[in-house]
Design a protein around this ligand. Structure first.
Ligand code: NAD
Length: 260
């Protein structure tokens, strides 16, 4: 008996095999889940289809979360293949590159703020609402956040605000969907070198700092995030909702590092 036997999961946010969503997909497939995927645009379609095939899935559907029509079409098409959806993984974030570095106030624009919040936070609500009719028997929704929501991290800037909003969103959605048996949680992952992360200024320094400072003296991998995701979306976590689980080698608990 595997952790996710009999469960069906929709995975969003794969840009390639370095994506956190790919670590999650691999762990969920290994634990017995049947998978479907979305791709943001035509440019990513082939890559996502290839990775989906590696998981034995032939369901890859388009979904740019800025587009309400695509969100509606996604769940209509998914509903035609699957009568029930058990797991929704939201692994999507975006902010304009010029906002992710340097002087926060000087670089912050109204357009950048709006884009970051819309794509990185509102999209969770939109996808959870779209998935709701397919999660009739209850389900699990999971998103990805980062420590920059809680504390100031250099260069994270407007994305820190969007992640703080996302974490509040997790709590509001958990309360809203809880009576229907749907749980909503987030993983706060430590820094991992992915495409999205490459847009953040001085990202390499962040990795070095975490490796020196975190209690486990390492950075986490997409596989470690994937394993935690599989647990949170499994029935073993049936009593857990509205939670932000840190998968960061313990970095968040360090107030001051002694000479490291
Ligand atoms: P990634 O670049 O591999 O994934 C980001 C995904 O967001 C991409 O697949 C991209 O297609 C998707 N996306 C962006 N705009 C979209 C839109 N309009 N519609 C649909 N999809 C869209 O990077 P990642 O690091 O795997 O990021 C996944 C999640 O993990 C993000 O929420 C990110 O903030 C979070 N996270 C990342 C780190 C890290 O250090 N890499 C740490 C903590 C949290």
């Amino acid at each position: 008996m595997k952790l996710l036997d009999g469960k069906r999961a929709l995975i969003t946010g794969i840009a390639g095999n370095r994506s956190i969503a790919w670590g999650i997909a691999q762990a969920m497939q290994r634990e017995g889940a049947e998978l479907a995927f979305t791709h943001q645009n035509e440019r990513l379609r082939g890559r996502v289809e290839e990775l989906a095939a590696q998981c034995g899935s032939d369901i890859t559907l388009p979904c740019d979360v800025q587009n309400d029509g695509e969100i509606a079409a996604l769940f209509k098409a998914l509903g035609e293949r699957w009568p029930q959806l058990d797991i929704l993984v939201h692994s999507i974030a975006y902010a304009p590159r010029e906002e992710l570095g340097g002087d926060y106030a000087a670089n912050a624009s109204r357009a950048g703020f709006t884009a970051a919040h819309e794509t990185s936070c509102y999209s969770l609500t939109a996808l959870a609402a779209g998935a709701r009719p397919l999660m009739r028997g209850g389900g699990a929704v999971l998103t990805l956040t980062y420590y920059g929501a809680e504390k100031v991290v250099p260069n994270y800037n407007v994305m820190g605000l969007a992640k703080a909003s996302l974490e509040a969103n997790v709590r509001y959605l958990a309360d809203c969907l809880g009576p229907e048996g749907t749980r909503v949680n987030a993983i706060s992952a430590g820094p991992i070198k992915t495409l999205a992360a490459s847009g953040i200024g001085d990202f390499r320094k962040m990795l070095e700092h975490v490796e020196r400072t975190a209690p486990l003296r390492k950075n986490v991998s997409i596989d470690e995030v994937g394993n935690a995701a599989a647990f949170l979306c499994s029935d073993f976590a049936s009593g857990v909702t509205g939670e932000i689980l840190h998968v960061d080698a313990g970095y968040n608990l360090v107030g001051m590092s002694a000479g490291r």
